[in-house]
Design a protein around this ligand. Structure first.
Ligand code: B12
Length: 299
């Protein structure tokens, strides 16, 4: 690219971040394109790209964007020169995580700071680098479980739980969906009184990544509404999520398999379902397992 510079779109693709993220880093932290080509938008040079790479890696590790930008401004330093960050940002409010990916620690710290834009940056980068399944299983899940345990022990941090949930919904929802000319054959719904939907949102995004479109009804779907949706859309696969035993009645699954035109595959997902399910219902155990099983059923 000598002498030509890179456009924002090209830099975004190289880094695996959204163009809007680049724009934010430019506006807030001055990490913009420095090459001026008369009559054109400014272009990114190799040195700009090096800076942005430092920014990207550090924010993915949980360093605050402002601090990461300060390091990035000091290039030709590279990421490997930056000492690992030891300080806790939670101000004593850290979430116990055990042994997890650095990005999960970063996400937990950003969640405790109520820093939605840092959470978004971390999640978008992990999805771009490693895909939805790894981002969900290795980064989001340990943090969500940690937040749940923290809530159970203290009855605090509901605001943290809500903000990370909202951010996950946004990020998972922004994963590119397959071409709309392909009609969805997969119906995803939460059980009757179930408010927990994030695992289904992760499933919809992970299926989209492998080219499988789905229809996600969301939280608290009563049996009659589910039967209506099945009758009207004729799905090949129905996945019903239950997070807690109180939110779900296994009869709801039995009612799906007993429909006049039941789906080829009726699956129960989530820890809320009992070990014994109605005949003909398959239990899905992980996001990875769900993506493989559902994708195989529709192909
Ligand atoms: C985010 C969250 C919420 C959000 C949900 C937002 C949303 N849009 O989904 C909100 C704020 C709405 C919420 C509400 C409530 N919540 Co809540 N919530 C959570 C939290 C933190 C994460 C939920 C989640 O997404 N879990 C999914 C993954 C991260 O966790 P997991 O299910 O354990 O994962 C395992 C498997 O399910 C599997 N898996 C993971 N992902 C996937 C995906 C697929 C497709 C498959 C097949 C498998 C799979 O792998 C994991 C390892 O085995 C959990 C903590 C937790 N441990 O889950 C509490 C938690 C589930 N909530 C809890 C409670 C008590 C509630 C409320 C009753 C609180 C209240 N007093 O109002 C209400 C429930 C209302 C209702 N009727 O549903 C308790 C449930 C306790 C219990 N066993 O009954 C938990 C466990 C927190 C706790 N430790 O106390 N919650």
């Amino acid at each position: 690219m000598a002498g030509e510079g890179l456009t924002a779109g090209a830099v975004a693709r190289r880094l695996g971040v959204a163009v809007t993220t680049l724009r934010t880093w430019h506006q807030r932290y001055g990490l913009g394109p420095s090459e001026h080509v008369p009559g054109h938008h400014r272009r990114y040079t190799e040195q700009d790209l090096d800076r942005l790479q430092v920014m990207r890696r550090l924010t993915a590790q949980g360093v605050t964007p402002a601090e990461a930008a300060a390091w990035a401004q000091r290039t030709p330093l590279t990421v490997d020169d930056v000492p690992p960050r030891q300080a806790r940002d939670g101000g004593g409010h850290a979430i116990a995580l055990g042994s997890v990916e650095p990005a999960a620690r970063g996400l937990a710290r950003a969640a405790m700071r109520l820093d939605a834009s840092a959470m978004r940056d971390i999640l978008e980068m992990v999805i771009a680098d490693c895909g939805v399944i790894r981002a969900w299983e290795e980064v989001a899940t340990p943090v969500l479980i940690g937040i749940g345990e923290r809530y159970e022990a203290t009855k605090r941090f509901v605001e943290v739980e809500h903000l990370i949930s909202r951010t996950l919904t946004e990020v998972l929802g922004s994963v590119r969906r397959p071409d709309s000319s392909v009609p969805p054959k997969v119906l995803l719904a939460a059980a009757d009184e179930e408010l927990h939907t994030l695992p289904l949102e992760a499933l919809a995004a992970a299926l989209a990544e492998v080219g499988v479109p789905s229809r996600l009804l969301g939280a608290r779907v009563p049996p009659t509404a589910l039967a209506e949706a099945i009758a009207r859309t004729g799905p090949v696969v129905v996945v019903l999520w239950s997070q807690t035993p109180t939110s779900s009645d296994p009869d709801q699954l039995g009612r799906v398999t007993a429909l006049p035109h039941p789906p080829l595959l009726t699956a129960a997902a989530g820890p809320g379902w009992p070990a014994t399910l109605p005949p003909g219902v398959l239990q899905l155990t992980s996001l990875n397992d769900a993506v493989k099983t559902v994708a195989a059923a529709v192909r």
